[in-house]
Design a protein around this ligand. Structure first.
Ligand code: ADE
Length: 223
């Protein structure tokens, strides 16, 4: 998978991709991530990328021209499955959307900043709009990191044990079961006996029931 991220602040995005699972996915060439600094496509001598909103009001708006120039230059190199704009008023991200994106080949992610982008970007250049939740971040960069992490870990070969992504919470509309490790008794806080039994079918049955009960209690809306 190839992901091109357009941002005014590429430095925000450096660390999430330089450790752990995302680093490994990049190193093993399962995924390639490129950052494109929007400033380089800015207009006039001062490389302007934003301007005041028509009609007045607070905050600056990212202009269409630098974004169009950047997207057009990327499109010359490859065909994209989707051009995604991260915005709090987009479609709310969930596991199904992440699953769908994990099988795409080439995507562009556009990070907004300040008040947002000129709406013509959304009407004419972008093909999908995604929100990571009902709250407002200062820009799309942290949302891009969350979005990329959620899709990259689903690409076969990224997680050591391929089945571990299948057992994640939400994959089958249930929360994942509780997990424990050594010691089995800590300050008299004990691990459920079933998990210590060594009996595979008993463990599976316990996990299934635990998943169902946790979901009923914590996220009844998922049923
Ligand atoms: N940009 C700012 N807030 C955001 C959010 N909640 N989701 C996606 N992009 C955003």
């Amino acid at each position: 998978m190839n992901i091109d991220i357009i941002t005014l602040f590429p430095e925000i995005l450096q660390s999430p991709f330089s450790v752990s699972i995302l680093k490994k996915a990049i190193k093993s060439k399962i995924v390639s991530i490129s950052f494109h600094d929007l400033r380089e496509y800015g207009i006039k001598k001062q490389k302007q990328v934003d301007d005041y909103p028509f009609g007045g009001g607070s905050g600056m708006v990212l202009m269409i021209e630098p974004i169009d120039k950047c997207i057009s230059s990327l499109k010359k190199k490859r065909k994209y499955d989707d051009i995604i704009y991260l915005t709090p008023d987009g479609e709310k991200l969930n596991q199904k959307i992440s699953n769908d994106f994990s099988i795409k080949k080439n995507i562009i992610i556009l990070c907004g900043h300040y008040k947002g982008v000129d709406h013509r970007v959304r009407d004419h250049l972008v093909t999908r709009e995604i929100s990571i939740g009902d709250f407002v971040l200062s820009g799309g960069e942290l949302a891009a990191a969350v979005f990329c992490d959620s899709i990259i870990r689903l690409i076969p070969g990224v997680l050591g044990d391929e089945s571990s992504a299948l057992n994640d919470s939400f994959q089958d509309k249930l929360l994942a079961p509780e997990i424990y490790t050594r010691p089995s008794n800590y300050k008299n806080w004990n691990v459920p006996n079933e998990l210590l039994s060594g009996n595979k079918s008993l463990i599976e049955e316990w996990r299934e029931n635990n998943s169902i009960n946790r979901t009923k209690k914590l996220r009844p809306d998922l049923f």
